[in-house]
Write a protein that binds this ligand. Structure first.
Ligand code: ADP
Length: 419
C-alpha cells in the first residue's frame, strides 16, 4: 500500500475531523501528531496535525513545508492543506503564506480554496462564507480572540494574505458539475490567478469540486473538500474498495472517560452518565493541586474499573466554579492545573489496565496525548459526528478525543457500545 493523499492540518481536532472524513469515504487513514521524525505509517492517507493556525506565519510555513517533505518522501500523489471551515486567519496569515509556500514547493501555479462544510452549516455563495444563516462576519467569529473574521468575502480575505491574486468559481458554474468547475479553474489559472475560491452549498457541490481537482497537486480547504477525493483515486485504479477502512485492532482492557471540558454539551454528558455508571467529580477549587487531584481520582477508581462499562472522572465545572478557580489562580494557571491533573489521571488509568479511553475537551486531549506519548492515531469509525475511535501508537490503546461541544447526551456510554 503506498501513500496516496498527504494532508497537512493546522490544528489537532481539525486533523481528526479530516481523517474521519477520509475513512468514511474508504481510505485507511493515520493521523500523525506534529512533524514526523521517522518513516510515515502505512495508509492510503496520512494527516499530519500541526498547531500552526495562530503561530507566526514564518513558523507555520516552516512546519508545513517540513510536513510536506515527509508526505512527498512517502510518495503522496496529492497534498491537501486543511484549515478551519470558518477560514480562521488574519491578514498576516496563516492560510495564504502556507498555501503560497506549498504551491512553490510543488512547482504548481494554482490551487482551489474551499472551506465549505454544509453538514456543519458552512456554505460559500458568491465567495461569501456563511455559518448557518449568518455571514461569517456576523456569526460570532468577528469576536474570536485570536482570529476575528470581520470580512465574509473570502476572495478579499485570502487576497490580503497572498502575493498572488484570487478569483472565484461562482455557484452558477458549480451547479453545472465537475466539467464546468474544471474549465473555470483552468481559465482562472490561465488568467494568472493563483487561487480560486469555489462556491459550495451542498455535499453534491463538494463531490463535484473534488472530482474537478483530481489532477491538482495541491488542494486547500476544510474537511468537507476531502469527501470527493477518494473517488478520484478509485477511478484511477489506485485505491481498491476498502470496506474495512475503519476497522481497528480489537479493543482490550478497561473502559474510562476523563473530562476536562466545561462546555454545556460535556456537562450534559456527565449528568447523563451519573445515572448509569460510576462518576467522580473532582473539585479543583477545594483541592487546587494537580498531583493531589490525580491521587484522589486513582484511589477512587480502585475496584471500579470494568471492561463492559466506563468510569467517568471529571474536573468539569459550571461557569461560576470555573470563574472562581480562575479568579484565585489566573485563567492560564487554572487551565494548566486541571489539564495536568487529567493527564496524570489518564496515565494512571492506562497503568491500571484501561485500554479504551474517552477524553472530553480539546486542550485536555492535547495534554493527555502528550502525557501518554502518543505519536500516531489510526482512525476508526465515528461514535458521533466528528468523533471517531482511534488506535494510538505507540501506547496501543483505543482513544476517542472529543472536542467539548461534540457528541450527544449519551456519548460516554454510547462510545463503549461500539466495541
Ligand atoms: P473544550 O473542548 O470544551 O474547549 P478544553 O479541554 O479545550 O475543552 O478546555 C477546557 C479548559 O478548562 C481546560 O484548560 C481545562 O483544564 C479547564 N478546566 C476544566 N475544569 C476546570 C475547572 N473546574 N476550573 C477551571 N478550569 C477548568
Amino acid at each position: 500500500m503506498s501513500l496516496l493523499l498527504g494532508c497537512i492540518a493546522d490544528d489537532f481536532t481539525g486533523a481528526t475531523d479530516l481523517a474521519s472524513m477520509l475513512v468514511k469515504h474508504g481510505m485507511t487513514t493515520v493521523q500523525v501528531i506534529g512533524v514526523p521524525n521517522g518513516a510515515l505509517p502505512e495508509a492510503d492517507a496520512v494527516v499530519i496535525a500541526l498547531k500552526s493556525r495562530t503561530i507566526p506565519a514564518g513558523d507555520a510555513v516552516a512546519q508545513s513545508l517540513a510536513a510536506a517533505e515527509a508526505l512527498l518522501a512517502a510518495g503522496a500523489r496529492q497534498l491537501l492543506f486543511k484549515y478551519c471551515s470558518t477560514f480562521d486567519s488574519t491578514d498576516e496569515g496563516n492560510i495564504g503564506p502556507v498555501a503560497d509556500a506549498l504551491l512553490k514547493r510543488l512547482g504548481a501555479g494554482f490551487a482551489l480554496a474551499c472551506p465549505a462544510f454544509p453538514a456543519n452549516g458552512r456554505s460559500i455563495y458568491q465567495g461569501h462564507l456563511f455559518a448557518g444563516s449568518h455571514l461569517l462576519s456576523e456569526s460570532g467569529m468577528e469576536n474570536h480572540p485570536l482570529t476575528p473574521m470581520r470580512d465574509p468575502n473570502l476572495v478579499r480575505v485570502l487576497g490580503r494574505q497572498t502575493e498572488g491574486s484570487v478569483g472565484l468559481v461562482p455557484f452558477a458554474v458549480v451547479e453545472r458539475g465537475a466539467g464546468a468547475i474544471r474549465d473555470a479553474m483552468t481559465r482562472l489559472a490561465e488568467g494568472g490567478r493563483r487561487y480560486g475560491i469555489i462556491d459550495a452549498v451542498t455535499d453534491a457541490h463538494l463531490l463535484a469540486i473534488g472530482e474537478a481537482a483530481a489532477k491538482h497537486p495541491l488542494i486547500t480547504g476544510g474537511s468537507g473538500i476531502a469527501m470527493g477525493l477518494p473517488a478520484n483515486f478509485r477511478a484511477a485504479g489506485l485505491l481498491p474498495e476498502r470496506p474495512d477502512a475503519a476497522v481497528l485492532p480489537a479493543p482490550q482492557g478497561m473502559c474510562a472517560v476523563v473530562a476536562g471540558s466545561c462546555s454545556r454539551a460535556t456537562l450534559g454528558q456527565i449528568g447523563f452518565a451519573r445515572d448509569h455508571v460510576p462518576v467522580l467529580e473532582l473539585d479543583a477549587l477545594a483541592l487546587p493541586d494537580a498531583a493531589a487531584l490525580a491521587a484522589q481520582a486513582l484511589e477512587w477508581v480502585q475496584g471500579k474499573l470494568s471492561a463492559d462499562r466506563p468510569v467517568v472522572i471529571a474536573a468539569s465545572a459550571p461557569p461560576d466554579k470555573v470563574a472562581a478557580l480562575q479568579a484565585r489562580l489566573g485563567r492560564d494557571a487554572a487551565g494548566v492545573l486541571v489539564e495536568d491533573a487529567m493527564a496524570a489521571v489518564a496515565a494512571g488509568l492506562v497503568a491500571r489496565g484501561v485500554g479504551r479511553l474517552v477524553v472530553a475537551g480539546g486542550e485536555t486531549s492535547g495534554a493527555v496525548v502528550s502525557r501518554l506519548g502518543v505519536q500516531q492515531l489510526r482512525i476508526g469509525a465515528e461514535i458521533d459526528p466528528g468523533v471517531p475511535w482511534t488506535f494510538a501508537a505507540p501506547t496501543g490503546i483505543h482513544l476517542a478525543l472529543k472536542s467539548g461541544n461534540f457528541g450527544g447526551r449519551d456519548f460516554f456510554l454510547k462510545a463503549f457500545e461500539h466495541g
